[in-house]
Design a protein around this ligand. Sequence first.
Ligand SMILES: Cc1cc2nc3c(=O)[nH]c(=O)nc-3n(C[C@H](O)[C@H](O)[C@H](O)COP(=O)(O)OP(=O)(O)OC[C@H]3O[C@@H](n4cnc5c(N)ncnc54)[C@H](O)[C@@H]3O)c2cc1C
Length: 525
Amino acid sequence: MPPHSKTRSIGIVGAGPGGLAAAMLLAQAGADVTIYESKDRLGGRSATLTQDSERGRFRFDMGPTFFLYPRVLADIFAACGRVLEDEVELMRLDPQYHLIFEAGGEMHATPDLERMAAEIARLNPHDALALPRFMAENRTKLAAFRPVLENAFNSMRDYLRPDVLRSLRLLRPHRTVDTDLASHFDDERVRLAFSFQSKYLGMSPFRCPSLFTILSFMEYEFGVFHPKGGTGAVMAAMADVASDLGIKIRLSEPVETILFEGRRAVGVRTARGDIRHDAMVVNADFADAMTKLVPDRLRRRWSDRRIAGKKFSCSTFMLYLGLDGASDDIAHHTIYLSKDYRRNVAEIEAGEAPSDPSFYVQNACVTDPDLAPRGCSTLYVLVPVGNRHGEGVDWANEQARYRAMTLKRLERIGLRDVERRIVTEKMLTPVGWERDMSIHRGATFNLAHSLNQMLHRRPRNRFEDLDGLYLVGGGTHPGSGLPVIFESARITARLMAEDLGMDPHWSAPSKMALPDYEPALAEPA
Ligand SMILES: Cc1cc2nc3c(=O)[nH]c(=O)nc-3n(C[C@H](O)[C@H](O)[C@H](O)COP(=O)(O)OP(=O)(O)OC[C@H]3O[C@@H](n4cnc5c(N)ncnc54)[C@H](O)[C@@H]3O)c2cc1C
């Protein structure tokens, strides 16, 4: 389609990372973009949480704390004439995280592969020899899958592209992450060290498709970063660019319904009235937004009944604690993996809260002390639990007990006197994610990433049920997790530019100017 002379007006529901990134690219392509956000803050699940006390202000990331593969976002900044690293300081962590196994042993995971092999050898000398092969195999896998991750899947025809056909041969649908890793590593603990990352997708390594061994590979190959000020600082930097590009962000203005003429989305209704747009983008949680903002009678493939039959990710039980004093001997990221990890996972899949849970702790002040007032520190605790489905857990009754159990369990990683040190506190259960954060079933990582809910079987970027309606964020292709969410923004913006006759200069990822940067290693504070 030739470039259109009229400026296109685009409305976006939600100022999460996907919504902000899509807005940047669309505005850069010449569209007039308005973002509607129900909260009074930006960033969605990636927002900054603040807690004020007499000691001062504590700042936490609400969700993402592992900032991986900044390249995609750096490309998006470059497309808008900015350099990501000039806007946010990205600190590469080494060690990237500390793993503690209830079954015995620990590992300081490092991107220095020689040191990493020595760490593995402490658990199992034979497995250490397999590290180079694991890395080489996954390097090939990622290269093969790039076209799959970077392009839209609108129909079966998309599978016939030669680059996609080549990559699908590597998909090994009969293998899970765990069985794939078993071809490299014998020791269950070593396999866990390279498979717990399936939790980023809210999935069990015993079910997660083998493709996703690329997640741990990417940490070692490209790094685990801490953005100074937290992931929320990245959201703030995106909002700055957005405002320079003339994007209007209307905070505290929930979309009540998306307006349709026939099957075409034509705008939104908010408390301020009806506003018309040429096209709409939904960044809000897919299942929540569809069931609340789009009438069921208009949806064919994604009717309420069909959505009810889909698999969703796990949820999380969260504690955000402002603490008196620092915990200098606790790593920036610590992951405690319980002995009976398989039972943990089975309990989560059954919608329960595990009795002896694995958990994750972020002690960000060891790298970024400004997140807490002087003499204090922040502690972020995440326990994967079942999402809200069926009977499930009665969190109103359970939460106090689960909090106490979780605080007690922190002793396992050397945090002995946390309760006594608490200055500020916020607890979030699956009910809170569902009710306060508008997340369907409180499934924090969206629709599960099983093969039958991926690629063209995931809700499509150009939403297949309706015209003029597009999706961006963790609920669409390629999936949940910041790098792929930013990729979804590129895919969606590209499709919209095509459909609306806009002529962006960033038309294909490979044509984007790539910033040449090598983020510094973080110095412990
Ligand atoms: C606890 C947790 C930990 C995570 N850890 C990581 C990690 O370490 N690394 C990583 O890469 N990813 C992580 N993720 C996954 C993912 O990166 C984040 O969830 C990410 O924020 C999802 O982005 P999104 O674009 O899908 O939109 P969301 O963050 O879901 O934002 C959607 C926005 O839409 C708004 N909205 C909803 N309904 C309406 C409405 N009706 N009108 C207007 N606005 C509306 C919401 O308020 C929200 O601001 C984590 C997620 C969670 C929850």
